[in-house]
Design a protein around this ligand. Sequence first.
Ligand SMILES: NC(=O)c1ccc[n+]([C@@H]2O[C@H](COP(=O)([O-])OP(=O)(O)OC[C@H]3O[C@@H](n4cnc5c(N)ncnc54)[C@H](OP(=O)(O)O)[C@@H]3O)[C@@H](O)[C@H]2O)c1
Length: 291
Amino acid sequence: MRIAVTGKQGQVVSALLERGPAACVEIVAVGRPEFDLTDRASIRAVLSEIEPDAIVSAAAYTAVDKAESEEALAFVVNAEGPTAIAEVAKELGVPIVHLSTDYVFPGDKQGVYVETDATGPVSVYGRSKLAGEVGVAATNPNHAILRTAWVYSPFGANFVKTMLRLAETRDAVNVVADQHGTPTSAFDIADAVIAIAKRLSADPDMKLRGVFHLTGSGEATWADFAEAIFAGLQTRSGKLVSVGRITTADYPTTAKRPANSRLSNDKLKQAYGIVLPDWKESTKVVLDRLP
Ligand SMILES: NC(=O)c1ccc[n+]([C@@H]2O[C@H](COP(=O)([O-])OP(=O)(O)OC[C@H]3O[C@@H](n4cnc5c(N)ncnc54)[C@H](OP(=O)(O)O)[C@@H]3O)[C@@H](O)[C@H]2O)c1
Protein backbone atom coordinates (compact mmCIF):
# COMPACT_ATOMS: atom_id res chain seq x y z
CA MET A 1 0.00 0.00 0.00
CA ARG A 2 1.24 3.49 -0.86
CA ILE A 3 0.24 6.48 1.25
CA ALA A 4 0.97 10.05 0.17
CA VAL A 5 1.48 12.38 3.15
CA THR A 6 1.60 16.16 3.01
CA GLY A 7 4.57 17.92 4.58
CA LYS A 8 8.18 16.81 4.61
CA GLN A 9 9.57 17.93 7.96
CA GLY A 10 6.49 17.94 10.20
CA GLN A 11 6.23 15.89 13.40
CA VAL A 12 3.50 13.55 12.18
CA VAL A 13 4.97 13.08 8.72
CA SER A 14 8.40 12.30 10.23
CA ALA A 15 6.81 9.68 12.50
CA LEU A 16 4.90 8.22 9.54
CA LEU A 17 8.10 7.92 7.52
CA GLU A 18 9.66 6.05 10.43
CA ARG A 19 6.70 3.75 11.14
CA GLY A 20 5.67 2.99 7.53
CA PRO A 21 8.12 0.17 6.73
CA ALA A 22 7.22 -1.98 9.78
CA ALA A 23 3.55 -1.69 8.76
CA CYS A 24 4.45 -2.72 5.17
CA VAL A 25 3.33 0.67 3.89
CA GLU A 26 5.22 2.92 1.51
CA ILE A 27 5.02 6.49 2.77
CA VAL A 28 5.62 9.17 0.15
CA ALA A 29 6.06 12.59 1.77
CA VAL A 30 5.30 15.61 -0.38
CA GLY A 31 6.16 19.17 0.56
CA ARG A 32 7.62 22.48 -0.37
CA PRO A 33 8.86 23.61 -2.81
CA GLU A 34 7.25 21.23 -5.32
CA PHE A 35 4.05 20.75 -3.30
CA ASP A 36 2.64 23.89 -1.69
CA LEU A 37 -0.72 24.12 0.04
CA THR A 38 -1.09 27.67 -1.29
CA ASP A 39 -0.79 26.40 -4.88
CA ARG A 40 -3.73 24.26 -6.06
CA ALA A 41 -1.98 23.27 -9.26
CA SER A 42 0.96 21.83 -7.34
CA ILE A 43 -1.42 19.87 -5.08
CA ARG A 44 -3.14 18.22 -8.04
CA ALA A 45 0.02 17.57 -10.05
CA VAL A 46 2.15 16.10 -7.26
CA LEU A 47 -0.54 13.91 -5.65
CA SER A 48 -1.83 12.54 -8.96
CA GLU A 49 1.63 11.53 -10.06
CA ILE A 50 2.18 9.42 -6.92
CA GLU A 51 -0.93 7.30 -7.56
CA PRO A 52 -1.51 6.73 -3.84
CA ASP A 53 -3.93 4.25 -2.26
CA ALA A 54 -4.71 6.84 0.43
CA ILE A 55 -3.75 10.44 1.18
CA VAL A 56 -2.87 11.73 4.64
CA SER A 57 -3.30 15.49 5.03
CA ALA A 58 -0.87 16.30 7.84
CA ALA A 59 0.73 19.55 6.68
CA ALA A 60 -0.68 22.72 8.18
CA TYR A 61 -0.01 26.26 9.25
CA THR A 62 0.62 25.38 12.91
CA ALA A 63 2.05 28.64 14.33
CA VAL A 64 -0.92 29.31 16.64
CA ASP A 65 0.13 32.79 17.83
CA LYS A 66 1.48 34.00 14.49
CA ALA A 67 -1.78 33.00 12.81
CA GLU A 68 -3.51 35.85 14.64
CA SER A 69 -1.69 38.29 12.35
CA GLU A 70 -1.61 36.03 9.26
CA GLU A 71 -5.25 35.07 9.08
CA ALA A 72 -5.51 34.99 5.29
CA LEU A 73 -2.48 32.71 4.94
CA ALA A 74 -3.66 30.42 7.75
CA PHE A 75 -7.01 29.96 5.99
CA VAL A 76 -5.42 29.28 2.60
CA VAL A 77 -3.05 26.66 4.08
CA ASN A 78 -5.44 25.08 6.61
CA ALA A 79 -8.74 25.28 4.76
CA GLU A 80 -8.32 25.78 1.01
CA GLY A 81 -5.28 23.47 0.78
CA PRO A 82 -6.88 20.44 2.50
CA THR A 83 -10.11 21.00 0.54
CA ALA A 84 -8.11 20.82 -2.68
CA ILE A 85 -6.42 17.64 -1.41
CA ALA A 86 -9.84 16.11 -0.68
CA GLU A 87 -10.90 16.97 -4.23
CA VAL A 88 -7.87 15.18 -5.69
CA ALA A 89 -8.48 12.19 -3.40
CA LYS A 90 -12.06 12.03 -4.68
CA GLU A 91 -10.91 12.14 -8.30
CA LEU A 92 -8.39 9.39 -7.62
CA GLY A 93 -11.05 7.35 -5.77
CA VAL A 94 -8.97 7.10 -2.58
CA PRO A 95 -9.66 8.03 1.05
CA ILE A 96 -8.29 11.13 2.74
CA VAL A 97 -7.18 11.06 6.38
CA HIS A 98 -7.09 14.67 7.53
CA LEU A 99 -5.44 15.83 10.77
CA SER A 100 -7.30 18.44 12.78
CA THR A 101 -7.14 19.83 16.27
CA ASP A 102 -8.68 20.15 19.74
CA TYR A 103 -8.53 23.93 19.14
CA VAL A 104 -11.81 23.73 17.17
CA PHE A 105 -13.49 23.73 20.60
CA PRO A 106 -13.98 26.77 22.84
CA GLY A 107 -12.80 24.90 25.95
CA ASP A 108 -15.60 25.92 28.29
CA LYS A 109 -17.24 22.49 28.59
CA GLN A 110 -17.21 20.64 31.89
CA GLY A 111 -15.95 17.15 31.00
CA VAL A 112 -14.57 15.63 27.81
CA TYR A 113 -15.54 16.78 24.32
CA VAL A 114 -17.24 14.29 22.01
CA GLU A 115 -17.31 14.59 18.23
CA THR A 116 -20.90 15.87 18.15
CA ASP A 117 -20.25 18.71 20.60
CA ALA A 118 -20.62 22.20 19.16
CA THR A 119 -17.36 23.67 17.93
CA GLY A 120 -16.42 27.29 18.60
CA PRO A 121 -12.75 28.02 18.10
CA VAL A 122 -11.25 30.91 20.06
CA SER A 123 -8.27 31.53 17.73
CA VAL A 124 -7.57 32.14 14.05
CA TYR A 125 -5.68 28.83 13.92
CA GLY A 126 -8.70 26.98 15.37
CA ARG A 127 -11.09 28.70 12.96
CA SER A 128 -8.86 27.93 9.97
CA LYS A 129 -8.59 24.26 10.98
CA LEU A 130 -12.36 24.04 11.46
CA ALA A 131 -12.82 25.50 7.97
CA GLY A 132 -10.47 22.76 6.75
CA GLU A 133 -12.64 20.09 8.38
CA VAL A 134 -15.74 21.53 6.76
CA GLY A 135 -14.07 21.73 3.34
CA VAL A 136 -12.72 18.17 3.46
CA ALA A 137 -16.00 16.70 4.70
CA ALA A 138 -18.05 18.53 2.06
CA THR A 139 -15.71 17.58 -0.78
CA ASN A 140 -15.02 13.89 -0.23
CA PRO A 141 -17.30 11.62 1.82
CA ASN A 142 -14.48 9.07 1.85
CA HIS A 143 -12.69 10.79 4.73
CA ALA A 144 -11.57 10.37 8.32
CA ILE A 145 -10.94 13.68 10.07
CA LEU A 146 -8.79 13.07 13.14
CA ARG A 147 -8.72 15.72 15.85
CA THR A 148 -5.55 15.35 17.84
CA ALA A 149 -3.89 17.53 20.49
CA TRP A 150 -0.64 18.62 22.16
CA VAL A 151 1.57 16.74 19.68
CA TYR A 152 5.14 15.94 20.67
CA SER A 153 7.95 13.87 19.18
CA PRO A 154 11.72 13.90 18.68
CA PHE A 155 11.09 15.94 15.51
CA GLY A 156 10.48 19.62 14.83
CA ALA A 157 9.39 22.06 17.51
CA ASN A 158 7.22 20.93 20.41
CA PHE A 159 6.67 21.26 24.17
CA VAL A 160 8.98 18.39 25.15
CA LYS A 161 11.89 19.86 23.23
CA THR A 162 11.18 23.33 24.62
CA MET A 163 11.19 22.03 28.22
CA LEU A 164 14.45 20.12 27.67
CA ARG A 165 16.03 23.24 26.17
CA LEU A 166 14.95 25.36 29.15
CA ALA A 167 16.30 22.69 31.52
CA GLU A 168 19.79 23.26 30.09
CA THR A 169 19.95 26.69 31.73
CA ARG A 170 17.34 26.64 34.52
CA ASP A 171 16.52 24.79 37.71
CA ALA A 172 12.89 25.91 37.71
CA VAL A 173 10.38 26.61 34.97
CA ASN A 174 6.91 28.20 35.31
CA VAL A 175 4.23 26.33 33.37
CA VAL A 176 0.50 26.89 32.92
CA ALA A 177 -1.54 24.60 35.19
CA ASP A 178 -5.10 25.57 34.27
CA GLN A 179 -5.33 24.27 30.69
CA HIS A 180 -6.42 20.64 30.51
CA GLY A 181 -5.82 18.25 27.63
CA THR A 182 -3.85 15.21 26.59
CA PRO A 183 -0.31 15.11 25.21
CA THR A 184 -0.19 12.91 22.12
CA SER A 185 2.92 11.29 20.68
CA ALA A 186 3.41 11.68 16.93
CA PHE A 187 4.49 8.01 16.87
CA ASP A 188 1.14 6.94 18.33
CA ILE A 189 -0.66 9.19 15.83
CA ALA A 190 1.36 7.66 12.98
CA ASP A 191 0.53 4.07 14.00
CA ALA A 192 -3.17 4.95 14.23
CA VAL A 193 -3.17 6.88 10.94
CA ILE A 194 -1.63 3.93 9.09
CA ALA A 195 -4.17 1.51 10.57
CA ILE A 196 -7.02 3.89 9.70
CA ALA A 197 -5.80 4.45 6.13
CA LYS A 198 -5.54 0.67 5.62
CA ARG A 199 -9.09 0.11 6.86
CA LEU A 200 -10.53 2.96 4.81
CA SER A 201 -8.99 1.70 1.61
CA ALA A 202 -10.31 -1.84 2.21
CA ASP A 203 -13.68 -1.32 3.88
CA PRO A 204 -16.54 0.88 2.56
CA ASP A 205 -18.38 0.89 5.93
CA MET A 206 -19.56 4.46 6.59
CA LYS A 207 -18.98 3.93 10.33
CA LEU A 208 -15.26 4.29 9.55
CA ARG A 209 -15.85 7.71 7.97
CA GLY A 210 -16.42 11.07 9.61
CA VAL A 211 -14.82 12.99 12.46
CA PHE A 212 -12.90 11.15 15.18
CA HIS A 213 -10.93 12.25 18.22
CA LEU A 214 -7.41 10.80 18.45
CA THR A 215 -5.42 11.68 21.56
CA GLY A 216 -3.27 9.81 24.04
CA SER A 217 -4.94 8.08 26.96
CA GLY A 218 -5.20 9.97 30.24
CA GLU A 219 -5.21 13.70 30.81
CA ALA A 220 -2.90 16.42 32.00
CA THR A 221 -2.23 20.10 32.33
CA TRP A 222 0.84 21.62 30.68
CA ALA A 223 2.39 21.73 34.16
CA ASP A 224 1.71 17.99 34.65
CA PHE A 225 3.30 17.34 31.26
CA ALA A 226 6.36 19.41 32.20
CA GLU A 227 6.70 17.52 35.49
CA ALA A 228 6.63 14.19 33.65
CA ILE A 229 9.29 15.45 31.24
CA PHE A 230 11.53 16.66 34.07
CA ALA A 231 11.01 13.40 36.02
CA GLY A 232 12.21 11.56 32.92
CA LEU A 233 15.15 13.95 32.59
CA GLN A 234 16.12 13.35 36.21
CA THR A 235 16.05 9.57 35.72
CA ARG A 236 18.19 9.84 32.61
CA SER A 237 20.72 12.51 33.61
CA GLY A 238 20.26 13.29 37.31
CA LYS A 239 19.38 16.89 36.50
CA LEU A 240 16.67 18.27 38.79
CA VAL A 241 14.23 20.89 37.46
CA SER A 242 11.12 22.00 39.33
CA VAL A 243 7.85 23.28 37.87
CA GLY A 244 6.15 26.45 39.11
CA ARG A 245 2.43 26.03 38.49
CA ILE A 246 1.03 29.27 37.06
CA THR A 247 -2.25 30.35 35.48
CA THR A 248 -3.05 31.27 31.90
CA ALA A 249 -3.47 34.86 33.10
CA ASP A 250 0.15 34.78 34.32
CA TYR A 251 1.37 33.75 30.85
CA PRO A 252 -0.39 35.88 28.22
CA THR A 253 -0.14 34.71 24.61
CA THR A 254 -1.24 36.36 21.38
CA ALA A 255 -3.78 33.64 20.63
CA LYS A 256 -6.29 32.40 23.18
CA ARG A 257 -6.14 28.69 24.08
CA PRO A 258 -9.07 26.56 25.23
CA ALA A 259 -8.98 25.92 28.99
CA ASN A 260 -10.36 22.43 28.43
CA SER A 261 -9.34 20.41 25.38
CA ARG A 262 -9.90 16.95 26.76
CA LEU A 263 -11.32 14.79 23.97
CA SER A 264 -13.24 11.53 24.27
CA ASN A 265 -11.68 8.82 22.09
CA ASP A 266 -14.64 6.42 22.45
CA LYS A 267 -15.87 6.84 18.87
CA LEU A 268 -12.49 5.82 17.48
CA LYS A 269 -12.38 2.81 19.79
CA GLN A 270 -15.88 1.74 18.74
CA ALA A 271 -15.23 2.12 15.00
CA TYR A 272 -11.62 0.98 14.72
CA GLY A 273 -10.74 -0.70 18.03
CA ILE A 274 -7.87 1.78 18.36
CA VAL A 275 -6.82 3.15 21.77
CA LEU A 276 -3.61 5.18 22.04
CA PRO A 277 -1.19 4.45 24.89
CA ASP A 278 -1.13 6.50 28.09
CA TRP A 279 0.61 9.82 27.43
CA LYS A 280 3.06 9.22 30.31
CA GLU A 281 4.32 5.97 28.74
CA SER A 282 4.65 7.57 25.32
CA THR A 283 6.52 10.53 26.83
CA LYS A 284 9.17 8.10 28.08
CA VAL A 285 9.50 6.63 24.58
CA VAL A 286 10.10 10.09 23.09
CA LEU A 287 12.52 11.11 25.88
CA ASP A 288 14.57 7.99 25.11
CA ARG A 289 15.00 9.32 21.59
CA LEU A 290 16.22 12.77 22.61
CA PRO A 291 19.77 13.72 23.64
N1 LIG B 1 1.48 20.26 16.81
C1 LIG B 1 0.39 20.14 17.58
O1 LIG B 1 0.45 20.26 18.82
C2 LIG B 1 -0.94 19.80 16.96
C3 LIG B 1 -2.07 19.73 17.79
C4 LIG B 1 -3.30 19.40 17.23
C5 LIG B 1 -3.40 19.17 15.86
N2 LIG B 1 -2.30 19.26 15.08
C6 LIG B 1 -2.43 19.03 13.64
O2 LIG B 1 -1.70 17.85 13.33
C7 LIG B 1 -1.12 17.97 12.02
C8 LIG B 1 0.36 17.67 12.09
O3 LIG B 1 0.98 18.59 12.99
P1 LIG B 1 2.55 18.61 13.18
O4 LIG B 1 2.81 18.93 14.61
O5 LIG B 1 3.17 17.40 12.55
O6 LIG B 1 2.91 19.90 12.32
P2 LIG B 1 4.34 20.59 12.13
O7 LIG B 1 5.41 19.77 12.77
O8 LIG B 1 4.19 22.01 12.49
O9 LIG B 1 4.56 20.46 10.56
C9 LIG B 1 3.75 21.16 9.68
C10 LIG B 1 4.13 20.75 8.28
O10 LIG B 1 3.30 21.48 7.38
C11 LIG B 1 4.11 21.92 6.34
N3 LIG B 1 3.56 23.10 5.70
C12 LIG B 1 3.26 24.30 6.27
N4 LIG B 1 2.84 25.15 5.32
C13 LIG B 1 2.87 24.47 4.14
C14 LIG B 1 2.54 24.80 2.81
N5 LIG B 1 2.11 26.03 2.46
N6 LIG B 1 2.68 23.85 1.86
C15 LIG B 1 3.14 22.63 2.17
N7 LIG B 1 3.46 22.25 3.41
C16 LIG B 1 3.33 23.17 4.39
C17 LIG B 1 5.45 22.22 6.97
O11 LIG B 1 6.40 22.24 5.96
P3 LIG B 1 7.86 22.97 6.12
O12 LIG B 1 8.68 21.93 6.80
O13 LIG B 1 8.22 23.26 4.71
O14 LIG B 1 7.62 24.21 6.95
C18 LIG B 1 5.59 21.06 7.92
O15 LIG B 1 6.14 19.95 7.26
C19 LIG B 1 -1.47 19.38 11.54
O16 LIG B 1 -2.59 19.30 10.71
C20 LIG B 1 -1.84 20.13 12.80
O17 LIG B 1 -2.76 21.17 12.54
C21 LIG B 1 -1.06 19.57 15.61
